[in-house]
Design a binder for this molecule. Structure first.
Ligand SMILES: Cc1cc2nc3c(=O)[nH]c(=O)nc-3n(C[C@H](O)[C@H](O)[C@H](O)COP(=O)(O)OP(=O)(O)OC[C@H]3O[C@@H](n4cnc5c(N)ncnc54)[C@H](O)[C@@H]3O)c2cc1C
Length: 373
């Protein structure tokens, strides 16, 4: 079997390395649009301890400890001048995206998988028609439908809020959710440590607040100064660091009715993206990758494998979408709850968490199925 993987992010990399281990004689080539140094985003949270939790991509590395994962077990909930803690209910592991992606790429290369960087956009139809038996599209939310079957056309929905992903040297010892009532409107920060000296700091606000604060007219530096001022008591003088061309955005939910068609399969964010407030995107990428590996290794031929992949992955991505949409909407309607006192808002947040569709259970079940091979 000769396979092309488009996109060297977590989804494509876990798929390629796991398939190569299972079928060493199959040829796998990866193409990556960016140069090796360009990895966007700061830290992410992953489930469980590396080596012990198969949905954690660090579990597929030989030396995950060198990435210095940070363990988080509680939410720190900050509203007004009060803060309180509540258990997350599971152990979470913070890690830098750059280190994670670089380590997964090194793993693929050590297995003999070629990764071509700076690749020009590929016409997947030509790729399939020519050299490759299977093209796995794992190019993230940038996934375009050009050259693919109509069935693989993505549906795009945009969140109402604006968000920006900063890094900071201010170290947060838990998963912090910080609610700030500012004269221009409400700002919410999602902040957690992902390395010895770095934390992720994602800020979101409504479109009206964004406009009222004049953020759309500010430079990246002015915007960081303004947000630092809003969260002054939290940041305690630590700067907010942006990334080039990664300014304020609307969260894009990309979804599909089908995950594979003909000789094409979609994986990770290219198949289904979900709001960052649930921190499950990378986990989904890992589980989907393992389901595709399972299907390719156990079914008699490619059509049967892709049918099996569709059958297992589609219920999961639908659950992921509804779980992520519920969570996104809770944050998008936060103004309705900002009058609540600290304890009431924390209780509302906790009740929302418990009412979310049961994604973790479904992920565990499908991963168990995929790994029994
Ligand atoms: C603000 C924010 C916070 C998040 N926090 C978390 C979190 O805490 N936990 C979590 O699990 N998830 C989190 N996520 C989601 C997570 O980042 C994604 O779900 C995950 O990266 C998906 O992996 P992927 O490989 O599908 O896509 P990506 O990581 O986007 O990788 C896709 C790769 O494809 C490349 N590419 C794009 N187009 C092409 C092309 N035409 N040809 C070749 N290559 C191409 C890109 O350069 C990239 O390297 C967060 C997302 C956001 C936006």
């Amino acid at each position: 079997m000769n396979i092309l993987v488009i996109g060297a992010g977590p989804a494509g990399l876990v798929f390629a390395s796991q398939l190569k281990l299972a079928r060493p004689d199959w040829r796998i080539r990866m193409i990556e649009k960016q140069d090796p140094e360009s990895v966007t985003g700061w830290g992410v949270v992953l489930p469980g301890r590396p080596g012990q939790h198969p949905a954690n991509p660090l579990s597929y590395l030989d030396d995950a400890d060198t990435l210095n994962p940070q363990f988080l077990e509680e939410f720190q909930f900050v509203h007004g001048d009060q803060s309180s803690r509540m258990p997350i209910g599971v152990l979470m592991c913070g890690v830098g995206r750059r280190g994670l992606v670089h380590a997964l790429r090194a793993k693929c290369q050590s297995l003999g998988i070629e990764i071509r960087y700076g690749a020009a956009p590929t016409n997947v139809t030509d790729g399939v028609g020519g050299e490759f038996d299977l093209v796995v599209v794992a190019n993230g939310v940038g996934h375009k439908h050009d050259g693919m079957a109509e069935a693989l056309r993505p549906r795009l929905e945009y969140g109402g809020n604006r968000y920006i992903w900063y890094g900071t040297t201010r170290l947060f010892d838990q998963m912090n959710l910080i609610f700030r009532a500012h004269e221009t409107g409400t700002f919410v920060a999602h902040a957690y440590r992902y390395a010895d000296r770095m934390s992720t700091f994602i800020v979101e606000c409504s479109a009206a607040t964004h406009a009222c604060a004049g953020l759309e007219r500010m430079s990246e530096r002015e915007s960081a100064t303004f947000i630092s001022d809003v969260f002054q008591s939290t940041l305690r003088g630590h700067a907010l660091l942006g990334q080039p061309a990664q300014g304020w955005r609307q969260f894009m939910t990309l979804s599909h009715e089908t995950a594979a068609e003909g000789r094409l399969a979609l994986l990770g964010d290219a198949l289904q993206s979900g709001h960052f407030s649930i921190g499950h995107g990378t986990t989904m990428a890992v589980v989907e990758a393992q389901l595709l590996v399972k299907a390719l290794c156990t079914e008699a031929d490619l059509p049967a494998a892709l049918a099996n992949f569709n059958a297992h992955v589609l219920p999961l991505v639908q659950l992921f979408k509804s779980h992520a949409d519920c969570s996104r909407l809770w944050f998008e309607t936060i103004d309705e709850r900002m009058h609540l006192n600290h304890a009431e808002l924390a209780q509302h947040f906790d009740a929302r968490r418990k009412a979310l569709p049961p994604l973790p259970e479904a992920l565990g079940r499908e991963l168990g199925y995929a790994l029994a091979r």
